[in-house]
Design a protein around this ligand. Structure first.
Ligand code: GDP
Length: 425
């Protein structure tokens, strides 16, 4: 049976913790999109980890961790992470890397930085991990698949030369930088080859067999619905699809095999990077929520940047859940809100004098003003509670209000950062 775990919002919903928890029943955990530009934070018995590329199943010895073809694979970053995990006492994880996965090249990272530099104030707030240049090249058909590391040397050198001809024009004429050293690039790729060789395989065939044998497969999404390049807040989006549907493509499995889609939705909002954020709050109100948020504050797992903060947004979350094809909602970091006397929730957008609960396209989103409803707080620490009925009355009312407004069932509530902080409904 295949389950997907994905985000409803702008990312950082607490998917890492939920995946780590759900991985307990999984045989295989698959990353199917994205790269090392975002990160999950996982707290477990081994310690606290920020995973960027490794699937969240790495903490379980029995799990095979798969990097699917849809991922932007940065090989040195992956191996650094692997080393870090093992050095903290985690048994060496089982890892399978798709031979069809494409690699983030050193020049992708450079191009990302040069473009941000060129755009100055008008930049997209990229994490400079090379993800946008990587996916541009993939679709321009000048990317490098892992499988190409294993072709004839002359063929690989020839391809490097052809690609560098294009890259060098941009490097010299647009960015005023040095040309790529083709020999050095070839040598780097040979290093990558020796690193990945023991792990490379046909992921799609592996998963086909595993599904037939009744294994439990967990597809692990990165970021959230609103960062999807098609359905998100384009152009302030990421460069690969963040939707569960893409799990079928990025892992190479039939779409009808995905039986459960668990969408993680945060009990308040946070976002990184630029772009419209209707329920955003500022000043001391935002600072306090940021300080108290997540597990040790709302700062980027990859960049350390302070996150933008806001109240729960029913409009964005309803849309975010719908576009994922949600079967179950997991509402996270609810414990954080225990300090508030009153909790505003965004229940509609006012655009050009009209109120809507449908998430608009970007040009209209920029004009949207939040319609807020204020709910009473519960003023209690809810960590440690295991049963829904034991939650304070106002806390249950908050959950039920959100559920009604987003229109998808909240089946899990996360009330703390660790694996065991979970309430099933
Ligand atoms: P992801 O990318 O979706 O995994 O999100 P993050 O890595 O940004 O995770 C959000 C942060 O919240 C991490 O520091 C988690 O340890 C923490 N976290 C996850 N769930 C909960 C929760 O229910 N309560 C609290 N207080 N922290 C949580």
């Amino acid at each position: 049976m295949v389950k997907a775990i994905v985000g409803a919002n702008w990312g950082d919903e607490g998917k890492g913790k939920m995946t780590d928890m759900l991985a307990q029943d999984a045989d295989i955990v698959v990353r199917f999109q994205g790269g090392a530009n975002a990160g999950h934070t996982i707290v477990n018995d081994y310690g606290k980890f920020a995973l960027h590329t490794l699937p969240s199943g790495v903490f379980y010895e029995s799990i095979t961790n798969v990097i699917g073809n849809g991922v932007a694979l940065n090989i040195p970053v992956l191996f650094k992470e692997l080393k870090d995990v093992v050095s903290k006492g985690v048994p060496k994880p089982k890892l399978l890397i798709s031979d069809r996965c494409q690699m983030v090249m050193p020049y992708h990272v450079d191009f990302d930085a040069y473009e941000e530099e060129r755009l100055k104030g008008k930049s997209f707030g990229s994490t400079k991990s090379g993800i946008a240049p990587f996916y541009s090249d993939k679709y321009a058909k000048i990317g490098f698949q892992v499988s190409e590391l294993f072709m004839e040397e002359a063929e690989l050198r020839d391809k490097i030369h052809r690609v560098c001809e294009i890259k060098n024009v941009l490097l010299v004429d647009l960015y005023h930088k040095e040309k790529i050293d083709e020999e050095a690039l070839f040598n780097t790729l040979m290093e990558y080859k020796s690193m990945v060789e023991p792990y490379v395989g046909d992921v799609s065939a592996f998963l086909y067999k595993a599904i037939k044998e009744g294994k439990n497969v967990l597809l692990e999404g990165q970021l959230g619905s609103l960062k999807d390049p098609d359905h998100g807040i384009y152009p302030m989006v990421t460069s690969s699809s963040t939707l569960a549907a893409y799990g079928a493509i990025g892992a190479g499995i039939p779409p009808y095999e995905i039986k459960q889609i668990i969408t993680v939705c945060k009990a308040y909002s946070s976002a990184v990077g630029a772009g419209a954020f209707v329920s955003e709050i500022f000043g001391e109100e935002a600072d306090e929520l940021r300080r108290r948020g997540g597990d040790g504050g709302e700062y980027g797992a990859t960049t350390g940047r302070p996150r933008r903060m806001g109240w729960f947004d029913c409009v964005a979350s309803k849309y975010g859940c719908r576009i994922q094809g949600t079967t179950d909602v997991a509402l996270t970091v609810l414990d954080v809100l225990g300090y508030l006397d009153e909790i505003p929730v965004c229940v509609g957008y006012e655009v050009d004098g009209e109120i809507t609960t449908d998430f608009p396209v970007t040009s209209k989103l920029e004009k949207a003003k939040p319609v807020l409803k204020v709910l009473p707080g519960w003023k209690e620490d809810i960590r440690g509670i295991k049963k829904y009925e034991e939650l304070p009355k106002n806390c249950r009312a908050y959950i039920e209000f959100i559920e009604e407004n987003i229109g998808f069932p909240i089946k899990m509530i996360s009330n703390g950062p660790s694996r065991n902080d979970i309430i099933y409904r």
